[in-house]
Design a protein around this ligand. Structure first.
Ligand code: GLN
Length: 306
């Protein structure tokens, strides 16, 4: 049943394969093959289903903001994190600076760029990238996950918008550290190189109350999961989150690399990928695949199961 729905979802979405544009504001991202499309599901009882280019690597981009948020909560605690960021949707694009000035430099949520940069500045302990990679590898259950160095260097060289956001937050006293060092961590986090199976596995562990079902090990506490999954519902697709909630109805995070990660409570994680993006920076075909899967497996959080 699940495999059939994945195969159909891929065909259904492929009709839209040429719609949208690859993110080229990070020059290295423009080099990907725009016609790639893939999907994976990993269930909480450990089964893996896949279709298309499911094992193609791409950069997680904003999807990695979920993992860096978990790390900040684990190392610094909720008090410090929420002194630096809120939990309200913005209704604005992911890289918007607009509301920062209205809110004394405090970003509205951790899923937009300003919020994720503020969250990264909260991570405590030595070697934040080492800690981040270790957590990502456990959540995705793959020891070989790395940072894509070419994409990292490309964004570091061109990420002036993110620099503007970070320096503005520093001018308001929200970021105390060296801004370039904080941004360096942020750019590396965004450049996490993943497959749809990695995202499906991570989504599955989030959906499984933070426990890796293969080892029985708890990787994330419920108090943190409640926050991150709620934020995925309300802010995961930036200013497209409301429409996505209506059409798909799954806690999901998107990234400009073309991926999306969903956590279907108690059941499964879903990873989808296709590089061309809509005007809000969300992958056109990833969106269509998730909509098809949600409808046909009756996964929408308010679906009728009759
Ligand atoms: N690295 C990207 C940026 O900072 C992440 C944005 C995204 O995926 N929406 O612009």
């Amino acid at each position: 049943m699940i495999q059939k729905v994945l195969d159909e979802a891929l065909e259904y979405a492929k009709v839209h394969l040429k719609e949208g544009h690859v993110a080229d504001y990070i020059p290295e991202l423009a080099k990907v093959d725009p016609d790639k499309i893939g999907v994976s599901i990993v269930t909480t009882d450990g089964k893996h289903y896949c279709a298309g280019d499911w094992d193609q690597t791409f950069t997680a981009q904003s999807i990695a903001k979920t993992i860096s948020f978990i790390l900040a909560m684990q190392t610094a605690g909720a008090k410090k994190v929420f002194d630096h960021v809120g939990v309200e949707p913005t209704g604005d694009p992911f890289n918007s600076i607009l509301k920062l000035e209205l809110k004394d430099g405090k970003p509205l949520n951790p899923m937009i760029n300003a919020g994720a940069i503020a969250v990264v500045s909260c991570i405590e302990g030595d070697d934040p990238i080492g800690q981040f990679l270790a957590l990502a590898r456990r959540l995705c259950r793959r020891d070989t996950i790395e940072i894509d160095q070419a994409v990292y260097r490309s964004e570091k060289a061109t990420g002036m918008r993110n620099r503007a956001l970070a320096y503005f937050m520093q001018s308001e006293g929200l970021i105390e550290q060296n801004v370039e060092e904080v941004l360096d961590i942020y750019f590396q986090i965004c450049s996490l190189s993943v497959t749809t199976q990695d995202l499906a596995t991570c989504g599955m562990i989030l959906a499984n109350d933070g426990v890796d079902p293969f080892t029985g090990e708890r990787l994330v506490d419920n108090s943190i999961l409640r926050v991150i999954k709620s934020l995925m519902v309300t802010c995961g697709l930036y200013d497209g989150s409301g429409e996505f909630a209506v059409r798909v109805g799954l806690p999901t995070k998107s990234g400009v690399g073309g991926g999306m990660m969903s956590a279907v409570e108690g059941k499964m994680g879903i990873g989808v990928f296709s590089p061309r993006l809509d005007e809000k920076g969300n992958s056109v075909c990833s969106y269509h695949m998730l909509e098809y899967i949600s409808n046909h497996l009756k996964l929408h959080y308010f679906s009728s199961h009759n």
